[in-house]
Design a protein around this ligand. Structure first.
Ligand code: CTP
Length: 470
């Protein structure tokens, strides 16, 4: 708080407020985070005067070089100073209609503005006027809720959530991010209002969901989303993993909880959100591929292939990026069973080489995923599998060092084949190139230019081509 009071920007705002005889307050997430001792670089200032004017005057007083971005339609303006973003807005009173997120907005008092905020902990305000500088305005006992670790809406939760249903995602996000509990009435309102999530854009939902994915233990938030019914509203493919079926007394794992175990385990190893997504989606096709086979039990044959095929649709639907991140997730889902298959002592160097070739630079992430995927209630089983998995890692390293396949580039180019046999670009070039690659992966020849060159000559001969060696 001490640091806060000395902030030069707040001091300038304070002087302007004195001159103009108006009021302004720092409000929302920044104030909450002072009391939570969290760093926050987004500073919201709400004024009883004109937000855009106050932003412009403040920026000008700091330095005429600062550019202010003005959003006239919203009545807001912001500027960056040092590494913080300061956003200014006039205090508002908002009312919403049933079928839209677009509110009807009019000027209001500070309490009107606090009333329209999502949670008690986010409705805290600190005065910037010199007469009351640093005074906390906490009409809904937000400080007490911070101390008791409670997420609670300032008004009747049905109203707060109906005004902006994204707040239901935010409730779960704050609960999981901060380790807070959702107060009972607020929680019940999540269940009651879950279907209102349908009017919120997928981009905003996924933004909150990704914040849950980025927490230290993402299962906490995802289980809350599932239990309140919110998860089903935007991601039914994932809730389909839930449940256990029995046949002739034999059941399978609950793939929902298994996936969450894998996700939590991987989150201990990595902050890479896309590797976490790969963990979340690795078994996504299990419900579609589930079969009970007499004498064998439950099978999920081909779930890695079907799962990989499902990824583009899921990414599209959830408005996740349809770029190399998606391809990365798809690749990991497709390959997630391969390292485990290598545990079999019969597995050959050739199988290891093929995995290195197929995974390329993502081999380490694939191994991290696979390691996290080893879950069982039987601790002894997990121990044994982990030990065998270590052996696979050793083998992988040996083959990698020997054959340098991680970033494999064909040692013989198509141009060289064309030149050597004096042929036109044709399918024969591809046939020879593929044969060289297969021979290297099978260990028939070494991964070197010399071996590949000799092999190319042999292959050409088999195709009836004459080498044109200078
Ligand atoms: N707010 C709200 N309803 C929303 C979004 C935001 O009432 N759907 C209010 C809250 O008072 C919130 C403030 O606007 O504190 C700023 O919102 P935002 O910057 O999105 O989030 P923060 O609360 O600051 O949290 P974070 O920085 O972790 O996203």
């Amino acid at each position: 708080m001490k640091e806060f009071l000395q902030d030069p920007v707040f001091n300038i705002v304070s002087q302007i407020l004195f001159q103009q005889q108006t009021q302004a307050y720092v409000i929302g997430g920044f104030v909450r985070d002072i009391f939570l001792h969290r760093d926050n670089k987004d500073i919201d200032i709400v004024t009883l005067g004109n937000g855009i004017d106050l932003a412009e005057q403040t920026a000008h007083a700091i330095s005429p070089k600062i550019t202010v971005s003005v959003f006239k339609n919203f009545g807001t303006a912001m500027f960056k100073y040092r590494d913080c973003e300061y956003e200014f807005v006039g205090a508002r009173k908002e009312s919403y209609s049933e079928d839209s997120r677009k509110p009807h907005v009019e000027a209001g008092t500070l309490i009107d503005d606090q009333n329209r905020r999502d949670f008690t902990i986010n409705a805290l305000a600190i005065s910037l006027h010199p007469h009351t500088y640093g005074e906390l305005l906490d009409p809904f006992n937000g400080i007490q809720d911070i101390a008791n670790k409670i997420i609670k809406t300032p008004l009747n939760p049905d109203i707060t959530f109906s005004d902006d249903p994204l707040r239901m995602m935010r409730a779960v996000r704050f609960a999981s991010q901060l380790g807070f509990t959702i107060e009972q009435e607020t929680y019940k309102a999540l269940q009651r209002n879950k279907s209102r999530l349908q009017i919120v854009s997928k981009e905003r939902i996924i933004d909150e969901f990704n914040k849950i994915m980025a927490t230290t233990k993402p299962s906490v938030g995802i289980i809350l989303l599932e239990e309140t019914g919110l998860l089903y509203e935007f991601f039914p493919e994932f809730t389909a993993l839930k449940g256990v079926e029995f046949m002739n007394g034999s059941g399978h794992k609950d793939n929902f909880y298994h996936t969450l175990e894998v996700l939590d385990a991987i989150s201990e190893q990595t902050n890479n959100i896309w590797l976490r997504w790969a963990a979340l989606l690795h078994d996504i096709a299990k419900p579609r591929t589930k079969k009970f086979v007499e004498g064998i039990g439950w099978t999920f044959h081909g779930h890695e292939f079907i799962g990989a095929k499902m990824i583009p649709d899921i990414f599209k639907k959830l408005k996740l990026p349809l770029n190399e991140k998606m391809k990365y997730v798809q690749k990991l889902v497709l390959l997630h069973l391969r390292p485990i298959a290598l545990i079999d002592s019969q597995s050959t160097d050739s199988a290891v080489r093929r995995l290195l070739f197929d995974a390329g630079n993502d081999i380490d992430d694939l191994m991290t995923l696979c390691h996290a995927d080893i879950t069982s209630k039987n601790e002894q089983k997990v121990k044994t599998l982990h030990k065998n998995f270590e052996n696979v890692m050793v083998k992988l390293k040996e083959v990698e060092e020997k054959d340098a396949l991680r970033n494999w580039q064909p040692p013989i180019s198509g141009e060289l084949i064309i030149e050597t046999f004096a042929i036109k670009p044709s399918p024969q070039v591809g046939i020879i190139k593929d044969a060289i690659r297969e021979a290297i992966l099978d260990g028939i020849i070494e991964n070197s230019y010399e071996s590949a060159y000799a092999f190319m000559l042999e292959q050409g001969k088999l195709l009836g081509l004459k080498a044109n060696i200078k």
